[in-house]
Unconditional design. Sequence first.
Length: 144
Amino acid sequence: MTMPTLKSVKLIALTALTLSGAVMAAELPIKPGMWETTTTTSGMAALMGKDGTETTQECVKERSINTKEFMQNADDCKVTQDKVSGNTLSFAMECTTRGIATTAKGEVTSDGDTGKGKMEMTMNMGGQKQSFSMSWTAKRVGDC
């Protein structure tokens, strides 16, 4: 599957605090630098065998968060909502890959140096629904 794979789901979480999109209307400012993100997933054991918590670091060069930009490589997906209210960006998306329909809804909050977010995702695979959730916190830990 091209979407959602565990890599794609992690990418959504990480990218929610890392990618730019100056062209898009719904975006939040962030500070470039080295970011540490801790992601917690639940409900994925049956799907991927990857429930739990993981911490990663990535050098971020962009200056804003944008939903459409971080989904640009997910050809089978479309962003159905992206709205900024204060320092929180809310998003929703729908994907259909190889007959598997997926919906996701979440939000990201950032003050530029720290951020947090959550996402709920449901997949319908041949009439069987599988749901999981993800939450993350991120902080800028210094320069790259």
